[in-house]
Design a protein around this ligand. Structure first.
Ligand code: NYM
Length: 212
């Protein structure tokens, strides 16, 4: 008999919304309650593709805009076999950014439509739950280290925020909006409750295909 699959849970939001902290806290909480869970993040800067992306984000190299978009997508696709394997083993994956960041950031550049940006990620494992950590870009700018990497300007982040809002109109995705302006503990409480609810729903369903 095959074991029940893990859930695919994604945290999204503008830069400095607290996604990484919340992903780590959620994985710990799930593990403590006896549920196997692991964190993943995109971009995964450890692979060869990830290293190209890292150098681009750190402004050590320049890449053409379409090219870097496709690299971000390829960086997700290269992890798909591992993701599927882990989900099938009953491990819940808590993912720090996914295709939604890919679309929101590239489509914030001039000349890129949401439709074009979505295409390369069509068919990726579909998240069971996407929590959007909502934070006003000017509040995000006041949090630490804003402005070091590429894209980290308030103007760009404002456009990214608008693109996320457009993506959230898509009712085929299980979006939940979380007010990220509160304390780490308050935000975690909401995220944990929503995640626990989705675990039991996901285990009886096959993994879906994104935007298909
Ligand atoms: N980013 C992230 C993209 O532009 N496209 C993508 O597909 C993904 C996953 O990279 N500014 C951007 C958003 C962030 C940066 O930052 C990655 P971090 O701090 O590693 O999440």
């Amino acid at each position: 008999m095959s074991c029940r699959r893990g859930a695919l849970i994604v945290l999204e939001g503008v830069d400095r919304a607290g996604k990484t902290t919340q992903c780590q806290t959620l994985v710990q909480a799930l593990q403590q309650s006896g549920r196997p869970a692991e964190i993943m993040r995109f971009p995964d800067r450890t692979t060869k593709i990830g290293q190209l992306i890292n150098s681009y984000l750190e402004k050590k190299s320049n890449l053409e805009d379409h090219t870097v978009h496709l690299l971000f997508s390829a960086n997700r696709w290269e992890m798909v076999p591992l993701m599927k394997q882990k989900l099938e083993q009953g491990i819940t994956l808590v993912v720090d950014r996914y295709a939604f960041s890919g679309v929101a950031f590239t489509s914030a550049k001039p000349g890129f439509s949401l439709e074009w940006c979505m295409k390369p990620d069509v068919g990726l494992p579909k998240p069971d739950l996407v929590m959007f950590l909502q934070l006003n870009p000017s509040m995000a700018a006041n949090r630490g280290e804003f402005g070091i990497e590429r894209y980290e300007t308030s103007d760009f982040q404002r456009t990214v925020s608008q693109r996320f809002e457009e993506l959230m109109q898509d009712s085929s995705i299980n979006w939940k909006v979380i007010d990220a302006a509160r304390t780490i503990e308050e935000v975690h409480k909401d995220i944990k409750l929503l995640s626990e609810d989705i675990l039991s729903l996901a285990e009886n369903q096959p993994v879906g295909e994104l935007w298909k």
